[in-house]
Write a protein that binds this ligand. Structure first.
Ligand SMILES: Nc1ncnc2c1ncn2[C@@H]1O[C@H](COP(=O)(O)OP(=O)(O)OP(=O)(O)O)[C@@H](O)[C@H]1O
Length: 261
C-alpha cells in the first residue's frame, strides 16, 4: 500500500533571481501509515515549508506530493479542500478556531462540515484527555492561549482523520498537558493507524514520535528511529553546528554546503 504522505524530489524556491531562497532542495520521503514522525532542524531549515507542501497548502516548485494516494499536482483549490476535509487534520500555531462557536462545536466542526456524524463518546473522551471537560460551553475568546491550543488538538483528534499535520502542537502548553497531548498523538498513531507528522523544536516532544527526520538547508540529512530526548538534542546540536559552518563557508564563497549526504 502507498504511504499516506509521499514526497518525491520536492523542491520549493521562494522568489526568483539573485534573492531566491531554496527552502526545500529536492526532498523525497514517505510517511508510512500508522507512524508518528517528528520533523526537526535548525531555524530556517525548511520544516514549515515541508509541512505546507506535504499538506497541499503550498505548491512545490518541482517534484510531486501524494496525499492519501492522490497526486496533488494540478488539483484546483476546491479539489484540494475536499481532499483535506476527507483525510487531513491540522494543529497549527494559528489555531483557526471559530470565535462564535463553543469549544465542543469547534471540536466537531470539521466533521459537521464534511457531513459526518461525530462519535460523541470519542469526542467526550478526547475533550477529557486534553483537560477541557469544564470548558465545553466556552467560546475561544474566554480561553487562555494554551487552552485554545488544546481545542485545536482535540479538533484534530476527534475526527480521527487518516493524516494529522501538527506544527509545534505543544508549544503553548504546560509540561503535564504537553505530555498528555503527545501521548494521545502517539496512541492515535499506534491504535488507530493515523499518520502524524509533527514539526517541533522540542527534543522531549520529538522523543514521543516513532521516528525523527532532521532537515538542514532544505535537505533531509538524517533520521533517528526510536528517538530519546538526549539523542535528539545531541543530533540537533551537531546539525546546527554544521549548518552554521555551511553558512559561514557560503558567505566566504566556498562551495562546501556543509550538509551531510
Ligand atoms: N513566503 C516566503 N517567502 C520567502 N522566503 C520564505 C517564505 N517562507 C519561508 N521562506 C524561507 O524559506 C526558508 C525555510 O523556511 P521555513 O519557514 O520552512 O523554515 P523552518 O525550518 O520552519 O524555520 P523555523 O524553525 O524558524 O520556523 C527560510 O530561509 C525562510 O526565510
Amino acid at each position: 500500500m502507498n504511504a499516506p504522505v509521499q514526497l518525491s524530489e520536492v523542491q520549493k524556491v521562494y522568489g526568483s533571481g539573485p534573492g531566491a531562497v531554496t527552502a526545500l532542495g529536492g526532498v523525497s520521503y514517505s510517511f508510512a501509515q500508522g507512524t508518528f514522525t517528528a520533523v526537526m532542524g535548525p531555524s530556517g531549515s525548511g520544516k514549515s515549508t515541508l509541512l505546507h507542501c506535504a499538506a497541499g497548502l503550498d505548491e512545490p516548485s518541482s517534484g510531486e506530493v501524494h496525499l492519501a494516494g492522490t497526486p496533488l499536482r494540478g488539483l484546483d483549490e476546491t479539489a484540494l479542500t475536499e481532499l483535506r476535509r476527507e483525510h487531513v487534520a491540522f494543529v497549527f500555531q494559528a489555531f483557526n478556531l471559530m470565535p462564535a462557536l463553543t469549544v465542543r462545536q469547534n471540536i466537531i466542526l470539521p466533521q459537521t462540515l464534511a457531513g459526518r456524524t461525530p462519535d460523541e463518546a470519542w469526542v467526550t473522551e478526547v475533550i477529557k484527555r486534553v483537560g477541557l471537560s469544564e470548558r465545553t460551553r466556552h467560546r475561544p475568546s474566554e480561553l487562555s492561549g494554551g487552552q485554545q491550543q488544546r481545542v485545536a488538538i482535540a479538533r484534530a483528534l476527534a475526527g480521527s482523520a487518516a493524516i494529522t499535520f501538527a506544527d509545534e502542537p505543544t508549544g503553548a502548553l504546560d509540561t503535564q498537558t504537553a505530555l498528555e497531548v503527545l501521548t494521545l498523538l502517539r496512541d492515535q498513531a499506534r491504535a488507530s493507524g493515523q499518520t502524524i507528522v509533527m514539526v517541533t523544536h522540542d527534543p522531549v516532544a520529538a522523543s514521543y514520535a516513532d521516528n525523527v527526520v532532521f532537515l538542514v538547508d532544505g535537505h533531509i540529512v538524517s533520521e533517528s528511529p526510536v528517538p530519546t530526548a538526549e539523542s535528539v538534542a545531541a543530533e540537533l546540536a551537531k546539525l546546527s553546528r554544521l549548518a552554521r559552518r555551511g553558512a559561514a563557508a557560503a558567505a566566504a564563497g566556498e562551495s562546501t554546503p556543509g550538509v551531510l549526504t
